[in-house]
Design a binder for this molecule. Structure first.
Ligand code: SAM
Length: 216
């Protein structure tokens, strides 16, 4: 796969689109500008890679819309060196953006086929998060606590386990709602007992499966 002048140009116009849609963080825009999203697409679908749209990646799952990736990344306020848990590895695109922001990424995927595929593919692009397979609705207790947690599938409610696995001062960004649309929530752990909750726009994600999600 090559990253040509043309691809870089398409990426620049995607960044312009995201800026026009309200993404302000220069760090996030720069990260989106660096990750070659077309590497995640079959040759026949290359023209779709830099549209601001979600796209099927097999197994009934999607690579998230760039605006959604940028929005969640911006609201997560990633600082270089942050230990970040991503729930829903999918294609691995969001994980790459987090790594471009300097995060130390732990990513967990429920679907075994996607887990295998992305674990093999991402390092070939030079991105090496720590990959896990399993039910991320329960977090990743063996590796907790985390500075930031990002959930990239729609949950019925905020899983208690995820709040528990945040550091004090840590941030969780998670879409919560029904199977049609979910409100983006940001929860900040002020201390062991106090959580600040902020609400943003509605999005549409595939369902978060598992014990603290929608079930199997
Ligand atoms: N972050 C991904 C990307 O950049 O391509 C997009 C993820 S896709 C919208 C949601 C993913 O969450 C799917 O791959 C799905 O299999 C996964 N998922 C759903 N429930 C999960 C769970 N309980 N634990 C881990 N992954 C889960």
């Amino acid at each position: 796969m090559e990253d040509s002048y043309r691809h870089r140009g398409m990426r620049r116009s995607l960044v312009k689109t995201l800026r026009a849609k309200g993404i302000n963080s220069e760090a996030v825009l720069e990260a989106i500008g660096k990750v070659p999203r077309h590497f995640f697409f079959d040759n026949a679908l290359l023209e779709h890679a830099y549209q601001d749209k979600a796209f099927p990646i097999g197994e009934g799952q999607t690579i998230s819309q760039p605006f959604t990736v940028a929005f969640q990344s911006e609201k997560l306020n990633v600082a270089s060196g942050d230990k970040v848990l991503e729930i829903g590895t999918g294609s691995g695109y969001q994980a790459c953006v987090l790594m471009e922001l300097g995060a130390n990424v732990y990513t967990i995927e429920y679907n075994k086929v996607l887990y295998e595929r992305t674990r093999n593919f991402l390092p070939k692009m030079g991105y090496k998060p720590r990959f896990f397979q399993g039910d991320g609705s329960k977090g990743l207790p063996r590796h907790a606590p985390f500075d930031k947690i990002i959930v990239t599938a729609g949950a019925p409610s905020v899983p208690e386990s995820l709040i528990r696995q945040l550091n004090i001062g840590g941030v969780l960004i998670i879409p919560v709602g029904d199977n049609e649309k979910q409100k983006m929530l940001r929860l900040t752990k002020i201390d062991e007992k106090k959580i600040r909750k902020e609400e943003f726009d509605y999005f549409s994600f595939v369902p978060l499966k598992g014990e603290e999600g929608w079930g199997r």
